[in-house]
Ligand binder design. Structure first.
Ligand SMILES: CC(C)(COP(=O)(O)OP(=O)(O)OC[C@H]1O[C@@H](n2cnc3c(N)ncnc32)[C@H](O)[C@@H]1OP(=O)(O)O)[C@@H](O)C(=O)NCCC(=O)NCCS
Length: 167
């Protein structure tokens, strides 16, 4: 079930993020960068995000198995992470479309994101196109190479993907 995140979800959101990075990104980045990426968020980071932004979780048997985060002020998709046992089942795309729908309901017409290299094909298949390749030194908050991508969103998505989602 897709739902808005609660503060109490923060520890599971963090664990989902770490597991997804280690499983999906390790072939694309050096080990040190993977560990920097994993440790660049805390549960408290998500308390703030849940209060101030839009954070959705996929809940299976009362456990968080995936999440996504939209900053509606900047029209930026800040995260989509799916735990490894649940990958390639359409959950990431479902979360992405739901975030797009919620953005559309707020009048946003285009979304931008910074795709890690392992996720470029996922976003490309979802309709996102590269706008600028950015390479910069590794920092605790980001990996060394990402691809900025952008997608025009349609209001139709809002009707389709938020039918069962309570805000
Ligand atoms: C990227 C990620 C969110 C995808 O989630 P997912 O639930 O596995 O993706 P979906 O099942 O919704 O995939 C939809 C389509 O995207 C494409 N896709 C997804 N993952 C892919 C991959 N690793 N390689 C190539 N194509 C991929 C496929 O076309 C897929 O359809 P298919 O399975 O029928 O072929 C997930 O792999 C993840 O959490 N990665 C680590 C964290 C991360 O990098 N997040 C993005 C930060 S920018």
């Amino acid at each position: 079930m897709l739902r808005l995140a609660k503060i109490s979800d923060a520890p599971e959101i963090l664990q989902t993020r770490i597991a997804a990075i280690r499983a999906q990104a390790s072939l694309h980045y050096p080990a040190a960068e993977i560990e920097d990426w994993c440790s660049s968020r805390t549960a408290e980071t998500y308390h703030t995000a849940i209060e101030r932004k839009i954070v959705l979780v996929e809940d299976v048997n009362e456990s968080v198995v995936a999440f996504g985060q939209l900053n509606p002020e900047t029209a930026f998709i800040e995260a989509v992470y799916v735990s490894p046992p649940h990958s390639r089942q359409g959950i990431g795309l479902k979360i992405l479309r739901a975030l797009e729908a919620m953005a559309a309901r707020r009048g946003i017409t285009a979304l931008t994101l910074e795709a890690s290299l392992n996720a470029v094909e996922f976003y490309r298949r979802a309709g996102y196109v590269p706008v600028l390749e950015e390479k910069h030194p590794p920092t605790p908050k980001t990996s060394s190479a990402t691809l900025r991508m952008r997608h025009e969103i349609r209001s139709r998505a809002a009707r389709v993907f938020t039918e069962n989602l309570r805000e």
